[in-house]
Ligand binder design. Structure first.
Ligand SMILES: Nc1ncnc2c1ncn2[C@@H]1O[C@H](COP(=O)(O)OP(=O)(O)OP(=O)(O)O)[C@@H](O)[C@H]1O
Ligand SMILES: [Mg+2]
Length: 225
């Protein structure tokens, strides 16, 4: 369970200029819930995902994951084992193949397990429908395929939380649908908590709950009917 209590974040641009990006957020999300995060550009969505993803630890207020404050976690361990993040810009390593990219989180977190994680990586690649691209490098793949590799990689260490920032943002309708199918199947079949920032209408139809941000604050929080 994710529990966010009075979370605020201010970016200090310069001595005089500060930007309040999050202002007093309260939110609790159950394990296995699917939540769409909406809001106009600059409303604080990515800022919130970065904090939940353990990428940013300068904030006020408290975030607890399964009753432990994020400030008490070793954030490197947290990022490796608890949370998977899918960015809009895939951040794949260009010199490595699909297989190597997907297996990378395992390789990094199990440096002495030579050869481990191979079966798992193959399975994930199959799940996102890319078995026939296993040994291709990112420059040989389409946008939707890259996004699916990024999803497979995010799942390599079995995270209980999946954070996705506009995962269909630059994909065509059909490819975007394939990506959403993969994400929601994981949520439904494996109980992974899914928090997805998206302006895609289809996303709001799939999720159980929609949270809307404006100027760094939650303005609506609705369960889907
Ligand atoms: N590194 C930074 N330094 C200073 N201000 C920042 C920084 N990152 C974001 N901001 C500001 O914080 C606010 C929230 O930004 P954030 O990226 O969270 O918005 P967003 O809701 O994800 O927007 P978008 O839909 O455009 O991606 C914005 O006003 C933005 O200009
Ligand atoms: Mg953003």
């Amino acid at each position: 369970m994710i529990q966010i209590t009075d979370l605020s974040k201010t970016y200090q641009k310069s001595k005089e200029v500060t930007i309040p990006a999050l202002q007093g957020i309260f939110l609790s999300i159950e394990q296995g819930e699917s939540v769409a995060m909406l809001g106009t550009s600059g409303s604080g969505k990515t800022t919130l995902l970065h904090i939940l993803g353990g990428l940013d630890n300068s904030y006020e207020g408290e975030v607890t994951i399964n009753d432990t404050s994020l400030s008490e976690y070793n954030l490197t361990q947290y990022r490796r084992f608890q949370v998977g993040i899918i960015f809009q810009q895939f951040h794949l390593l260009p010199m490595f193949t699909v297989f190597q990219n997907v297996r990378m989180p395992y390789t990094l977190s199990h440096p002495f397990q030579i050869g481990g994680g191979k079966e798992k990586a193959r399975n994930l690649i199959e799940q996102v429908g890319l078995s026939d691209r296993m040994n291709h490098t990112p420059d040989e793949l389409s946008g939707g395929q890259l996004q699916r590799v990024a999803i497979a990689r995010a799942l390599m260490n079995d995270p209980s939380i999946l954070l996705a920032d506009e995962p269909t943002g630059n994909l065509d309708t059909k490819t975007g649908q394939d990506v959403l199918d993969v994400l929601f199947r994981l949520n439904k079949e494996h109980g992974v908590t899914l928090i997805i920032v998206s302006h895609d209408k289809r996303v709001t139809e799939f999720v159980e709950r929609t949270v809307r941000l404006q100027d760094g604050a939650i303005i609506t929080d609705e369960q889907s009917v």
